[in-house]
Ligand binder design. Sequence first.
Ligand code: GDP
Ligand code: GDP
Length: 434
Amino acid sequence: MGNIVAIVGRPNVGKSTFFNRMLGMRKAIVDDVSGVTRDRQYGSSEWNGQKFMLVDTGGFIGDSEDDFAAAIRTQVHTAIEEAQVILFMVDVNTGVTDLDEHLAEILHRTKKKVLLVVNKVDNSARHLDAHEFWSLGFDQMFPLSSNSGSGTGDLLDEVVKLLPTEELIEDDLPKFVIVGRPNAGKSSFTNALLEEERSIVTEIAGTTRDSIHAKYSKFDKEFLLIDTAGLRKKKNVSEDLEFYSVMRAVRSLENADVCILMLDATKGIEGQDLNIFRLAIKNNKGVVILVNKWDLVQNKETNTAKDLEDKIKERIAPFTDVPIVFISVLEKQRIYKAIDVALEVYENRSTRISTSKLNEFVQEIVAAHPPPPHRGHFISIKYATQIHTPYPAFAMFCNYPKHIKEPYKNYLENRFREHFNLTGSPVVFFFRQK
Ligand code: GDP
Ligand code: GDP
């Protein structure tokens, strides 16, 4: 799902109609992060077993003609930079317009794969009309009707052919991804780590496009940083930048073990941070929160950090067993501590508990506080086993699995967190029929 397919084109050519058809009524995986941008739609799509992220760059259109052309140009440029395949959509009803020609010119200059999609080809007469778009100079054309769906299959066949196969990172090293809003300090953090250890940082060619392998010989620590913003050239298109930063977070989260969420101390935790946080939790990743730019917080008193920590925990509730580290990348304060904590979270997420220890513990906490009976039925948890997942997950065998309610699950989770070191890690329980 790491690959991005972006739809670009003038307004009204049918981009969002096409997008909606592709996503159908299926719930997009990224539901949790929808709403982060008013102007763009994105969701995961699948064709012939290949997953990709579809983006409708529809987006913001300014008030004047100039704004309008500039906005579209910006969208096209960003799509070129971020997407693996670009669908350039035009409208057979209007024929070739100046703006189409202009966009075609930009798109011809990229090495990225661009497919010309002629929309609103609802019948065979329109098929003939579509030929005028050969003038845009593409060697392939995909006439289709977003309304009826005809022609979309041929297009998708070609799209998935063009998608690069995702390279799996085979390495056994902890994989960290740094996410957060633009300007939180992600690049600075990565660069600071790299500078300190420049001699021993190696970019492993061919592992994956966006990852670096950082080895901290000083502490004998090794990890991979995946798809960090710091490895990319800085861009200055703030609106698109923010949008794609979420996209990138979604993509890179998939491959990571631990999500390092970076906040700006002067801003606290904001809506988009929460979206990313929830997405990390939903994907059962480990989480560390770094509050950066601590140097900018004036008149710090003894409880300033504690107060901010409490505020953050209030927002991220109920998943509050998360380490929060206050750092200043600028002053190189606690940046190694941050990595240490991320490695700890990685360890916690890798916790394995022997079946005997697990059952001893489960019996104890269940005896101390048994599940409330359901309609007179006594509910008992007979035994538990840890499931083979990259994060702690437990199958609890019991007589009425359906009647174990949320508060009881929370009780179990809290006891587990008290007893085992699971800070920053998810814990999942499955209740199964014995
Ligand atoms: P966008 O601005 O590019 O996202 O365009 P929309 O998806 O909002 O579509 C603009 C208009 O074109 C809407 O009225 C759609 O109903 C219409 N439209 C989209 N796809 C088709 C199609 O395949 N055939 C026809 N006849 N109309 C379409
Ligand atoms: P990114 O968009 O998250 O990658 O953020 P950058 O790393 O580009 O940082 C954005 C701005 O914040 C830059 O001007 C940095 O110099 C600045 N910055 C980063 N870390 C700190 C910090 O700890 N303290 C202060 N005062 N500024 C910082």
